[in-house]
Design a protein around this ligand. Structure first.
Ligand code: SAH
Ligand code: SF4
Length: 356
């Protein structure tokens, strides 16, 4: 069976293709030129192009559908070789910079939200992805190819800075091998050159795997889906909390190597009348005491059949104001792409309904 060329780190390719500068050339074709046809890699010898054609595949993912939001965000629905679907989101933000005269120059900043699995076995009760259960892990190559296709489809220049968040479908730490391998491939200087410091793994809090990730010392950023400040409620939202409770997650975070200039992000899904009160905000403040943290409040996005409701924006602002007053960094996740179905898995579900 043919292998996925995006699965390999530069070191691995250098062992497979000699002399080693050939591997760099292949990397440049794949990640700078976004070339998806081996026969067009003109500076490689013909025999090597044939070898690549016979034994490797470049294009594993097909774009089935793109939804563009009014704010410029785009949601991509991909189909794998084994006919499964998953999605990635490209978020465009305005980035303000100043020139030498202090004048504001605006530029675009990109964040790619990637999937790590098809489905998810964690089973959070608020999450749309959880409903379909777990299907399979994405390979490293399938994770990397999301970035290549998003860059190519939007004609994003190779040198443009990109941030990566593993906040699409799936629990990245339940696919830690493939995800960390993809992180390394994405960060290769001869390729996409996306520093590990600009890549954020979001996890529902699998304590031993947070420790395992920390021990790898990749320099990657960490986001914790906390969502609740008391164990009863968190266990209702994230059943796995019964095994790895809030205190164990906080302890694992404290042991995680954090870049001095960075903070651990705590995601807090705000649900109407469930966790949107100031008492919860106070408890959150206490819990994060002693951690270089920033809080990201996410407005719950209702989906068909969900038992929860969207909170009032006034209450979310009060919650945020309280934390900010106490000196904690806190943002409310902009509802980027809300008109193109914001919660994970929704686009996939819509497409499945159409085709079935
Ligand atoms: N499994 C990892 C990363 C992906 S989850 C984790 O749980 O951290 C994807 C993101 O979507 C998480 O931040 C989660 O909080 C958010 N999410 C899931 N269901 C949602 C909903 N109904 N409304 C708003 N955000 C939701
Ligand atoms: Fe999985 Fe994250 Fe959804 Fe929970 S919120 S079911 S961990 S994808």
């Amino acid at each position: 069976m043919k292998k996925n060329i995006y699965d390999y780190t530069l070191n691995q390719l250098q062992i497979m293709f000699q002399p080693s500068f050939r591997a760099k050339q292949i990397y440049q074709w794949l990640y700078i030129q976004y070339e998806n046809d081996f026969s067009k890699m003109q500076n490689l010898p013909k025999s090597m192009r044939e070898n690549l054609n016979n034994n490797y595949i470049i294009k594993n993912l097909e774009i089935l559908h793109i939804e563009t939001s009014k704010d410029g965000s785009k949601k991509y629905l991909f189909k794998t070789k084994d006919n499964l679907t998953f999605e990635s989101v490209l978020i465009k933000m305005r980035d303000k910079k100043y020139d030498n005269n202090g004048k504001i120059i605006e530029s675009e900043k990109w964040t790619f939200c990637l999937s790590s699995q098809i489905g998810c076995k964690v089973g959070c009760t608020f999450c749309y992805t959880a409903k379909g259960g777990f299907v399979r892990n994405l390979s490293s190559g399938e994770i990397v190819e999301q970035v290549v296709q998003l860059k190519k489809d939007n004609a994003i220049l190779p040198e443009k800075r990109i941030n990566i968040v593993y906040m699409g479908m799936g629990e990245p730490l339940n696919n830690i091998q493939n995800v960390t391998n993809a992180i390394k491939i994405l960060s290769e200087l001869d390729g996409l050159s996306i520093s590990t410091r600009r890549q954020t793994i979001s996890t529902s809090g699998i304590t031993p795997k947070i420790r395992e990730l920390g021990n790898m010392n990749l320099g990657v950023q960490l986001a914790i889906s906390l969502h609740a400040v008391d164990n009863n409620l968190r266990s209702k939202l994230i059943p796995m909390n019964k095994a790895y409770n809030i205190e164990s997650v906080i302890n694992a975070v404290k042991a995680f190597p954090i870049d001095e200039r960075k903070r651990v992000m705590f995601e807090y899904l705000v649900i109407k009348d469930i966790n949107d009160d100031l008492t919860s905000a106070k408890k959150l403040l206490q819990l994060l005491n002693g951690i270089k943290a920033k809080v990201n409040l996410i407005l719950f996005n209702p989906h068909e059949g969900s038992e929860f409701q969207r909170p009032e924006i006034k209450k979310v602002k009060q919650f945020a104001d309280f934390l900010i007053q106490k000196g904690l960094l806190c943002t409310i996740r902009e509802s980027k792409g809300i008109d193109i179905s914001a919660a994970c898995g929704q686009l996939r579900e819509k497409e499945l309904a159409k085709t079935s």
